[in-house]
Design a protein around this ligand. Structure first.
Ligand code: NI
Length: 254
């Protein structure tokens, strides 16, 4: 069994979401929302499929129409069966004209929500290592998935130092020819720190780089990781699935 711990399976990107989910067979997916609208879509999807779980939340680049009341709506969905975390939330300083203060405020509010309901969080952090680390120092009680991890090995060690329950989400970027930094992170750290993801519809792994991604492709990430760690695909599937089940407290629906 493989678990894609992070994907976005919404109508805006796929003409047939059902087909994409069925392609995963009995493997498991955790669908991440990025705003209020997709949070509602996540709730619908998890009600429909036994092998689909979800996280809800507001992404740092989705704040243009943000209102404080949005968080009350997110909270109202939290107890839906199959919601296993808050995400994806975080900080993204990649673009100019970024309202960093608003990003921090919304990130922190959602971390508080996760704490209140004892839920893990799925974090997006881009070009914002220092602020992410500083904020997470106040949330060492939380279980955390640093999704699409893109910082250095040294940074990974700093994260683990403040919170040993941080896990790193590894996706298609691992298979890219020039992704030296992430290959180093995976080579050097113990397998217990990793969960697999696709971040579908983005970031397809080789040999499908540039095409639309789907959760099924998580197998190519797993295969690549097996080669890097000089172990079998079965071993990677087993350990990363165990890690994901522990991180998200997945009580198998069936
Ligand atoms: Ni994502």
């Amino acid at each position: 069994m493989l678990i894609d711990t992070h994907c976005h399976l919404f109508k805006q990107d796929y003409s047939n979401v059902e087909e994409v989910i069925n392609h995963m067979n009995k493997n498991i997916m955790i669908v991440s929302a990025d705003n209020l609208k997709t949070s509602y879509e996540v709730c619908k999807l998890i009600a429909k499929y036994d092998n689909v779980y979800g996280t809800i939340g507001i992404h740092p680049t989705e704040l243009d129409e943000y209102k404080i009341d949005n968080l009350n709506e997110i909270e109202s969905m939290i107890l839906t069966k199959g919601i296993v975390g808050i995400g994806e939330i975080g900080l993204d300083y990649h673009y100019e004209n970024t309202d960093k203060d608003l990003q921090k405020e919304v990130f922190i509010s959602q971390l508080d929500l996760a704490r209140k309901y004892k839920l893990p969080v799925v974090i997006h952090s881009r070009d914002a290592f220092n602020d992410t680390l500083e904020i997470l120092k106040n949330y060492t009680d939380l279980k955390i998935d640093l999704h699409c991890y893109g910082y250095s090995l040294e940074a990974a060690k700093q994260f683990l130092k403040i919170n040993p329950n941080i896990r790193f989400g590894i996706g298609g970027v691992l298979t890219f020819k020039n992704s030296r930094v992430i290959k180093e992170v995976v080579s050097e750290l113990d397998l217990k720190y990793f969960v697999l993801e696709t971040d579908s519809p983005y970031l397809s792994p080789e040999p499908y780089r540039g095409k639309q991604n789907e959760p099924y492709n998580v197998i190519y990430v797993a295969k690549y990781m097996a080669e890097l760690k000089e172990t079998s695909l079965d071993e990677i599937a087993k350990i990363t699935s165990e890690n994901a089940i522990k991180l998200f407290d997945l009580n198998m629906k069936k």
